[in-house]
Design a protein around this ligand. Structure first.
Ligand code: ADE
Length: 244
């Protein structure tokens, strides 16, 4: 899978995405991450990429031309028009389902804005999806792009060492993950729940499922309403969804 990030700060991207799991997937050739410096495409003699907003107001606006030319350079490498994501607090919120869906694409382009915004005309020309990573305002789109690339990458087959670890985790079926324990058996006066040492896989699964449901009920009651629960589970844990 190929990620292209159109940005004024390419170093930020390359530094952060070279480590750990994502770095290893790049080395294995499963992922390719290319940060494209928008400034390399400006036709302004002073290398400028922004200008004052028409109509006045604070801050600067990123101009259309350098962004469009950077995009076209990337577009030329592909057969079809790529999904092009503009990071903005105005978009719908990023979710695990979006990450899974985007992991099916061969190429993804991210446009990172800065300053007060981006000339609307270039957004109309190239953007297919606007996405926010949450209801707060950041100084630029680089961190949101990295958040999305991390979440999408780990859904790409071969990126995680153990394929099961992607399937059994928070948000699967709209439930949070159960608690995990490792050695030693007793630490700081606290013991590992005995069921996990019982060797009874059915009981262990039951316990983990119960923990997932209880955690979701405590921390994310909004999610629990959408969770895939059996009728019995709904009764036991007092879950009432909008349908009944
Ligand atoms: N750019 C600035 N803030 C953002 C946010 N919350 N999500 C995505 N892009 C952004």
């Amino acid at each position: 899978m190929n990620f292209y990030i159109l940005t004024l700060f390419p170093d930020m991207i390359t530094q952060a995405l070279n480590t750990s799991i994502i770095g290893r997937a790049k080395e294995k050739g499963i992922l390719k991450i290319t940060a494209v410096n928008i400034r390399d495409y400006t036709k302004d003699k002073h290398q400028k990429t922004d200008d004052y907003p028409y109509g006045g107001g604070a801050g600067m606006v990123m101009q259309a031309q350098p962004i469009y030319d950077a995009y076209q350079a990337v577009r030329a490498k592909m057969k079809k028009k790529p999904r092009t994501i503009y990071l903005t607090p105005q978009g719908p919120a990023f979710t695990q389902n979006m990450a899974k869906e985007l992991a099916g694409e061969e190429d993804l382009v991210f446009l990172c804005g800065h300053y007060e915004g981006v000339d609307e005309r270039v957004l109309e020309e190239i953007v297919t999806d606007s996405v926010s990573i949450g209801d707060y305002v950041l100084t630029g789109g680089e961190l949101p792009a990295m958040v999305m690339i991390d979440a999408v990458s780990r859904m790409v087959p071969g990126v995680l060492a153990n394929e099961d670890s992607a399937a059994w985790e928070s948000f699967e079926g709209n439930l949070l993950e159960y608690p995990q324990y490792s050695r030693p058996y007793e630490w700081n006066g606290k013991k590992v729940p005995d069921v996990l040492l019982s060797g009874d896989h059915f009981k262990i699964e039951q316990w983990r499922r119960e923990q997932s449901i209880l955690r979701t009920k405590q921390y994310r009651p909004d999610l629990l309403k959408k969770a895939d629960l059996t009728i019995r589970e709904k009764a036991v844990y007092h879950v009432y969804d909008e349908r009944n």
